[in-house]
Design a binder for this molecule. Sequence first.
Ligand code: NAP
Ligand code: ZN
Length: 352
Amino acid sequence: MYNAKAYSATSATSRLAATRISRRDPTEHDVQLEILFCGICHSDVHSVRNEWSDVMPTVYPIVPGHEIVGRVTRVGSAVTRYKAGDLVAVGCLVDSDGTCPHCRDGLEQFCPNLTLTFNSKDEHLGGVTYGGYSDSVVVDERFVLRVPSTLDLAGAAPLLCAGITTYSPMRHWNVGKGKKVGVIGLGGLGHMGVKFADAFGAHVVVFTTSPRKKEDALRLGADEVVVSRDADEMRKHAGSFDFILDTVSADHDLDAYVNLLRRDGNLTLVGAPAKPLGVSAFGLIMGRRSVSGSSIGGIAETQEMLDFCGAHGITADVEVIPIQKVNEAYERLLKSDVKYRFSIDMASLRSE
Ligand code: NAP
Ligand code: ZN
């Protein structure tokens, strides 16, 4: 065991502050990495504030962060895929049972025995796992990913959650040429959704509550932008979408979007508001439309996504911040004031 620097919150109402945490020494299958950048996901905010208490109550202190890129510092004796000096990444998952039907299908995110990067039972040290707002982390090599060398590291970190969470459902629902695709909410997930839908060749429409984001949406790859508070603008798109990705983090009117789907169209929720969202039965019945959900992506698909990003030069648009600004960043995230992901430069923690 060794001591690592980290930022943690000690209750749902406290600010994140500097602390020391215990990390395990690498076992024979583990990779230890020095964390270089960690993205700030809205899930970090939901978890720190215990907004998902019904589904996954937060254990304090919490060290959030699951968009990690870093450099390998040490590997266990049985590690074959990585060596010291490699640029690697860790996302939302750090372990799973490896034997259940989901794991066998490469869909570890649905494993009933998965271990999340933070706020999951820590099988090695007891207590809960601690995430990426830290100077280092130790992870089983099966959950470590390779970062294409061409990618900017600050912008690559958010691919590990915002990237895979939008890439995976778009692949699953065959987003591509000839498809009309909507993305609701232009935040961390939403802006990655726009980049992927555009790269897959779809006609992309962004729905935003922030008129000031219109130009950015077009620059990021949208073909059209709809300010969702404008009912007339919404009506123009009735019954026309093959697929809509909903990334909104707060309560909102789902029916308004279900009505924009064509026959057999699908709306996939990846945004995870704390309270249930209502859907009118008629909106679904009339047109055989569906509403479904999606959770991050499996390890193989995450590597596929990173390689796709490497080949197409895709990274997140980031505002790099020192960790000392993390509380301010949370407040700004809650006001939809981020372009379009905060990425923490972990050198700022090392110098504390
Ligand atoms: P984010 O950067 O804060 O983006 C959310 C966007 O939603 C905002 O930028 C805003 O876009 C829109 N929005 C916010 N409040 C709204 C409201 N009251 N009504 C309508 N639109 C609103 O958050 P994120 O990091 O992308 O995460 C989004 C959600 O996905 C969170 O709930 C997060 O926990 C969840 N998530 C799920 C998964 C998964 O595996 N399913 C993975 C990661 C994150 P505009 O300004 O454009 O309207
Ligand atoms: Zn996330």
